[in-house]
Write a protein that binds this ligand. Structure first.
Ligand code: COA
Ligand code: MG
Length: 300
């Protein structure tokens, strides 16, 4: 499965700061997403589409993907679970339309990841296509290690928090600090990192509260997330700014890389830059910051 691992690693160099959901049944939104500065567009067939509208939404999303025009945006279709009457047909339709990948809801085990990956293969998806899964149930949190480990043999490449469903299941009442989710958020990031996967934070429901939204983006960044799922175009710009490395961060990363590259530092594991100790682990961090900044500058 080395081929899949390599593809995943390449894909994960991509910025996933802003991942905007839209109902597959909302034609205006599918169109508008072609011009919004979101890194990822999540075309939803699941919770935002009513049962009576599922089939029309599936056809509309397939047509939108085939119509193209999303440019450098990563296009991901959120399917219904395989256990629902719609899941299999959603994957089959996506396999024909060929988005960059699919996002599967309510995944709770490694076996489910394997079943989804097999269904993608059957539907004609390339090895390079991505499988993203929602982490949004108590059981998923308890099985995070097993879910992430399924990446070794599948297209799994991102874990996406579904905090609304998680709150409902836990009967949690999160406030602005999201204290009831701290364990789950942190474990999900660790599971993602243990397998080189992207980690995307949950949505912020109060569209009118820009300050609260920005605070939650910063909190997600502090937890280690690569980006955040969004529900409205007005959330994209702030999210992109907060999850991008700052000008200062990029400058100090470049300075650190340059310092390690000096002939007198060749072969050294630890050096001093601007009076501070830096080790090879900081060099790796700096390279990641620069790679992300370069990925972002290719978009801008
Ligand atoms: N993606 C793309 N475009 C969107 C959008 C989204 N998520 N949400 C709104 N828009 C568009 C609208 O179509 C409208 O376009 P227009 O200017 O061409 O008319 C414009 O942005 C302004 O929308 P607004 O009137 O502020 O929002 P609304 O009242 O129409 O819709 C929601 C509000 C919450 C219903 C809508 O934002 C939405 O459906 N969000 C996504 C929900 C979702 O996918 N949930 C699943 C995951 S939690
Ligand atoms: Mg959900």
């Amino acid at each position: 499965m080395g081929k899949i691992m390599n593809a995943r690693q390449i894909m994960n160099a991509r910025p996933r700061r802003s991942c905007l959901y839209m109902p597959g049944s909302n034609a205006k939104a599918l169109e508008k997403a072609r011009s919004l500065p979101a890194d990822v567009v999540l075309l939803d067939l699941e919770d935002s589409v009513a049962p009576d509208a599922k089939e029309a939404a599936r056809a509309a999303v397939a047509a939108a993907v085939q119509g193209g025009g999303y440019g450098r945006r990563e296009v991901i279709v959120r399917i219904n679970a395989l256990s629902t009457p719609w899941g299999r047909e959603d994957i089959a339709a996506a396999g024909i339309a060929r988005p960059d990948g699919i996002l599967a809801p309510k995944v709770e085990s490694g076996d489910e990841v394997v079943a989804l990956d097999d269904a993608m293969t059957e539907a004609g998806f390339a090895d390079e296509a991505s499988l993203w899964v929602m982490i949004e149930t108590s059981r998923a949190i308890l099985n995070l290690a097993e879910i992430a480990a399924a990446a070794k043999a599948t297209r799994l490449s991102a874990l996406v928090m579904g905090t609304n469903d998680l709150a409902k299941e836990m009967r949690a009442r999160p406030g602005a600090d999201r204290a009831p989710f701290h364990a789950a958020l942190s474990l999900a990031v660790m599971a993602a990192r243990s397998e080189g996967l992207a980690a995307i934070d949950g949505v912020y429901n109060d569209i009118a509260d820009a300050a609260g939204f920005e605070a939650e983006c910063r909190q997600g960044l502090a937890f280690g997330f690569d980006g955040k799922t969004l529900i409205h175009p007005s959330q994209v710009d702030a999210c992109n700014t907060i999850f991008a490395p700052s000008v200062e961060e990029i400058a100090s990363a470049r300075a650190l890389i340059a310092a390690f590259a000096l002939p007198e530092n060749a072969g050294k594991g630890v050096i001093k830059v601007d009076g501070k100790m830096v080790e090879l682990l900081h060099l790796e961090q700096a390279r990641r910051v620069v790679a992300l900044a370069e990925g972002i500058s290719q978009i801008a």
